[in-house]
Design a protein around this ligand. Structure first.
Ligand code: 6R9
Length: 657
């Protein structure tokens, strides 16, 4: 154990993997990095010409004239859906399986590239018939399904900008996004099935629209998943199967500038409301393709499985766009990893002969726990010999979980790509390359070729290896965030802060590079963003929600380390009616948890709630979160509390309910 935590074990990629890999060996990696260093524009132009179909070729590569609003390949015309579907059919892959869909109950259905092209074209024609045009925004509020991918691709085909909202989000969260993005249509399903239970979707869309300011929404298109009884509003709502029924399977794509927005995806920032991260078409797609080839070493015969939801960026880049753009066969899974039992992932890998498996540390940790005393759901009870590569994403993977994943899932033969990236980066930034980079458990190793990642201090100066600092990217890259929808000032302030000189992209994570090999290790967020089970949440969002409850006077939210979910949410709450105790406190804590679940979504529910007569504040009235973090961890406060106005409050807050 000691040994593992010191991270001094190095795992080399297997020789036969190196032989066939897209980037084969460290020399090949260094060569690509050198090409980018020597001629940055030339490097990206070469790759964009080799990997993307351009209806009209670009003549400019990187335009920095309005930095940090960078533009890439701007006068080139392309279409993401054409690159993902038509191109593969034209290459003769029409009969190849594009998606193997496994439903919650285990039912399997397959679609080929030709099927998918037909379905996307019909849906795109239907959207056009509703008057939806290039540049219009469409909200997609669906669970994992072929139809979800079809909806996204259909938007891309006609140049409409999709904004997918995770199916677990509340009516309020959905409404805020509908309003902020100015959506003209919502695509949803009657209900979703997860873990054997039917959960509402369409009813939540109705609730969201009823909250107001959604007048722009002229159409709600409903995929019939369960056949559950749901209300339909005449003149606004229609069934997906009905609107596509008589449409042609031929749909001319909208040829858009490489800079045309492909999607907007909301994510948590450190303060205020969620940010609508806007991505481009050309640069984004280029990186989705390249990382499929470089990080995942995707080959014609691979069966690729990314377990993410389409509501997260991982589902965009590594379900809807990347795998299809490279003509791969991929698995799309509707359900949850623990239903009907915690062997579901292993059973599916065995059944579908998955070769590449990409999941999150939180899932790995929960499956380690579930299989520790139940051999039936342990990976060793399944035939996982089809696997050749594993991936991890969403949060740091601790060395113990890495080792378990490597040995038990990968049979000590599969490299692990620990991919560090963000909603804002569009695709992988720092990751081992499976046919090149020697791996160290817990380290995401080295930046991908062309990604100028570095570690700096608070004023933007480089720090030497071995010293912790702030993770930045020094040069713009094609798949980077273009702006925050409706809020360009916030884009500049959040990602290119003055304090760092205004030209460095600030990721929001702390990191350190190893002295010997310059490997990166991510040490966690430097802002007030929590990472719970790989999901980003702002402490402010949860605090505002708690304070919006009529009983609550004040609230402070912090994270504490949690074995399963990485971080857990702890809320310190002051009630208007005074501090409750005993059963009353327990009941109120439950009510507040449910309140947050209803207002934001179940993943935002605080794990711990503590009540106090007050919160620890400085004399100038600032809540001292560093003290709350210590208390949340259950540790003794040894820090200086001399600036605290009301030190006695700490003892009160230490007491669990
Ligand atoms: C893709 C995605 C981004 C934040 C990021 C960081 C954390 C993601 C990680 C990782 C360590 C990794 N993160 N991958 N930390 N190692 N391999 O997760 O996007 O939801 O925007 O979250 O997640 O803190 O800043 P997103």
């Amino acid at each position: 154990m000691e040994q593992l935590l010191q991270e001094n074990r190095v795992f080399h990629p297997p020789a036969d993997f190196i032989k066939g890999a897209a980037i084969s060996g460290m020399d090949a990696y260094h060569q690509l990095c050198a090409e980018a260093e020597t001629d940055y524009d030339g490097f990206w132009a070469r790759l964009a010409n080799e990997h993307i179909f351009w209806k009209k070729p670009f003549t400019t590569v990187l335009d920095e004239s309005t930095a940090p609003f960078y533009k890439w390949f701007e006068d080139g015309l392309t279409n993401a859906s054409y690159n993902c579907l038509d191109l593969n059919v034209e290459k003769g892959l029409g009969d190849k399986k594009a998606i193997i869909f496994e439903a919650d109950d285990g039912t399997v259905s397959n679609v080929t590239y030709q099927d998918l092209l037909d379905r996307v074209s019909k849906m795109a024609n239907a959207l056009r018939k509703m008057g939806i045009q290039s540049g219009d925004r469409v909200i997609i509020y669906m669970s994992m399904s072929i139809e979800g991918v079809v909806a996204m691709q259909a938007c891309a085909r006609i140049g409409a900008i999709h904004s997918v909202v995770f199916g677990g989000f509340s009516a309020k969260s959905l409404q805020e996004r509908i309003v902020d993005v100015g959506a003209v249509a919502v695509i949803t399903a009657d209900e979703q099935l997860r873990g054997g239970k039917a959960l509402p979707l369409k009813v939540i869309v109705d609730e969201a629209i009823a909250l107001g300011d959604c007048e722009k929404v002229k159409n709600v298109i409903v995929y019939q998943r369960t056949g559950g009884n749901i209300p339909m509003t005449a003149g606004r709502d229609s069934w997906m199967h009905e609107v596509v029924a008589n449409e042609s399977a031929v749909c001319e794509p909208e040829w858009v500038s490489a800079e045309h927005p492909l999607f907007i995806l909301y994510t948590s920032g450190s303060t205020g409301k969620p940010k609508g991260v806007q991505h481009s078409t050309g640069g984004y797609l280029l990186w989705a393709i390249l990382t499929m080839k470089w990080t995942f070493d995707i080959k014609h015969d691979d069966v690729f499985w990314c377990t993410a939801d389409i509501g997260w960026v991982t589902g965009h880049s590594y379900i809807t766009y990347g795998p299809l753009a490279v003509g791969a066969t991929e698995i799309v899974f509707e359900g949850v990893p623990t239903f009907p039992n915690a062997g579901r992932f292993w059973d599916m890998i065995q059944k579908h002969k998955a070769t590449i498996f990409y999941t999150a540390p939180t899932a790995i940790r929960s499956l380690i726990k579930a299989s520790s005393n139940d051999v039936a759901v342990h990976p060793k009870s399944y035939d996982l010999s089809s696997l050749r590569l594993l991936g991890s994403v969403g949060e740091p993977i601790n060395p113990e979980a890495w080792m378990w994943y490597y040995e038990n899932v990968g049979g000590s033969r599969c490299p692990i790509a620990d991919t560090f990236w963000q909603t804002e980066t569009g695709g992988h930034m720092i990751s081992p390359l499976p046919g090149a980079t020697p791996m160290v458990p817990g380290s995401c190793t080295l930046p991908l070729p062309g990604i100028m990642a570095a570690i700096v201090d608070e004023v933007g100066h480089d720090v030497p290896n071995g010293h912790g600092g702030i993770l930045v990217v020094k040069r713009p890259w094609p798949s980077m965030i273009r702006t925050i929808w409706n809020d360009p000032d916030r884009f500049v302030k959040s990602y290119f802060p003055e304090e760092l000189g205004g030209t460095l992209y600030l990721a929001g994570d702390g990191a350190i590079r190893n002295k010997d090999n310059a490997y990166f290790t991510i040490t966690g967020r430097i802002d007030d963003v929590l990472n719970v089970s790989g999901h980003r949440m702002g402490t402010m969002e949860i605090e505002s929600c708690l304070v919006a409850n009529p009983l609550v006077a004040e609230a402070a939210v912090v994270g504490r380390p949690d074995e399963l979910t990485g971080e857990a949410i702890c809320a310190f709450v002051v009630l208007k009616g005074g501090r409750p105790t005993g059963d009353e406190a327990k009941k109120l804590a439950l009510d507040l948890r449910n309140w947050v679940g209803k207002e934001i979504g179940p993943i935002a529910k605080p794990k711990d709630i503590r009540f106090g007569d007050n919160l620890p504040k400085t004399r100038s009235g600032k809540i001292m979160r560093r003290l709350l973090r210590v208390i949340a961890k259950g540790e003794e406060v040894t820090q200086d509390t001399s600036t605290l106005e009301n030190p006695a409050i700490l003892d009160q807050l230490k007491q669990p309910l």
